[in-house]
Ligand binder design. Structure first.
Ligand SMILES: [Zn+2]
Length: 412
């Protein structure tokens, strides 16, 4: 049976896909079929049962996923969305389209963290999410790559693909076409999202995705819905407290945090790191260096099947007058905790439901931040364990470690 017709909870996979694109206002769908195209034709017809105008282009010989698109290129719209029919998702298509239109790249790639970055194709992007390189797995040991996975959802400009030169036989988008586009000076943009996108291409994955659909997790993660978050402090909470971590090698995960975070990932919360990193203002570690440290953090968590939906940091510090400092970052900003700027940014960018969110940290600064933002606070006993004496505040809860804080949240 062709994969798109494999049933999940009594419905063929392609039914979920077509229903979703139709709801987003898409009307024209071209199905690129290979093996056993007839059965898919029989099921989909002309698309009218989804309110779509649908036609099928069957490949004559296996052409690769990118090759199939290239063969059908002439009949496509000037800008089109590429989806794989063995993927289950619920994402805000209009939001991604607006993003693509705002930056006008040759293609936009949907990127997200997952719980197995070590065997995924990872994308390296600059601070503006312009894609620099695609790193197919396996990755060399100690590569410290970000947990930024290509989710195989693309918005592509037809004219850009049409002018691509030296296309190999049976090209795949991630392995061949995108690297070739980068080589030929084209602009690829990363679109980061914490929404649900999972490949259901193996029996185990199929079963997991089926459960997630049944329990509403797929739709719940959409950026169209406000979703509660767990805001997590870094030093002393997730990793060992050392005054001012400046290199990846100084970063050590606290015991049990990986599995605990993986447990959170399986639940209803987005996980968001919020950390003050005055090392940047002090000139001890630049943004590139900090990125490497966070890549290491994501690799270590990824080895435990855990991930962060987003990382927000404050690079500032208010006190001027030290040798080597960066004066432009020595400011009284709005994002240094206990100010709530980092949380507010996350709220806007990730549609977070504050009243049902939590902040966990090891210092009174974290508790103060939580109170000001209006999220529940858990002080953990690791790191400073609340003995920093900076603010006179009482946390809502206290737990010895992040793992025990996660226990509390999951029973809430
Ligand atoms: Zn700041």
């Amino acid at each position: 049976m062709p994969k798109p017709l494999v049933e999940i909870n009594g419905r063929p996979m392609i039914d979920y896909l077509l229903e979703h694109v139709s709801r987003a206002g898409i009307r024209d769908v071209v199905l690129l079929t290979g093996f056993d195209a007839g059965k898919i034709d029989d099921y989909c017809g002309n698309g009218s049962k989804w309110g779509l105008s649908l036609r099928t282009v069957a490949e004559k010989a296996p052409a690769g996923t990118g090759g199939a698109v290239l063969q059908a290129l002439d009949g496509l719209h000037p800008r089109f969305l590429v989806l794989y029919a063995d993927t289950i998702f619920d994402f805000d298509i209009e939001r991604m389209t607006d993003y693509h239109e705002k930056f006008s790249p040759d293609a936009t790639l949907f990127l997200h963290p997952n719980d197995h970055p070590f065997d995924s194709d990872l994308v390296e992007a600059d601070d503006s999410d312009k894609i620099l390189k695609i790193h197919p797995y396996p990755h060399p040991a100690g590569a410290d790559l970000p947990n930024l996975v290509n989710a195989a959802i693309y918005i592509v400009e037809r004219a850009s693909l049409a002018r691509l030169k030296n296309v190999p036989q049976k090209p795949d988008f991630a392995k061949h076409l995108f690297p070739l586009m980068l080589e030929q000076g084209m602009f690829l943009k990363g679109y980061r999202s914490p929404e649900y996108v999972k490949d259901a291409g193996t029996p185990e994955r199929l079963e997991k995705v089926g459960r997630d659909l049944l329990y509403g997790k797929v739709a719940q993660r959409s950026l169209k819905n406000p979703v509660p978050a767990i805001f997590i402090d870094r030093d002393g909470t997730l990793v060992e407290e050392r005054s001012h971590i400046k290199t990846p090698d100084e970063l050590v995960l606290l015991p049990g945090v990986g599995p605990a975070l993986a447990k959170l990932n399986a639940g209803k919360y987005r996980t968001v790191l919020v950390t003050n990193q005055p090392v940047v203002a002090r000139g001890e570690c630049d943004e590139r260096g900090l990125k490497k440290i966070h890549n290491r953090l994501e690799s270590l968590l990824g080895a435990d099947g855990a991930y962060l939906d987003a990382i927000y940091y404050c690079p500032h510090h208010p006190d001027k007058g030290f040798p080597g400092e960066r004066p432009e970052l020595k400011i009284d900003c709005e994002c240094r905790k206990p100010k709530t700027g980092l949380l507010e940014r996350a709220k806007t960018e990730l549609n977070i439901d504050f009243p049902n969110s939590w902040m966990m940290g090891d210092s009174t600064t974290d508790v103060m931040t939580a109170q000001r933002a209006g999220v529940k606070s858990i002080l953990v006993g690791t790191g400073h364990g609340g003995r920093d004496g900076k603010w006179q505040v009482k946390p809502d809860f206290e737990r010895p470690s992040l793992a025990e804080a996660v226990e509390l949240i999951s029973r809430w």
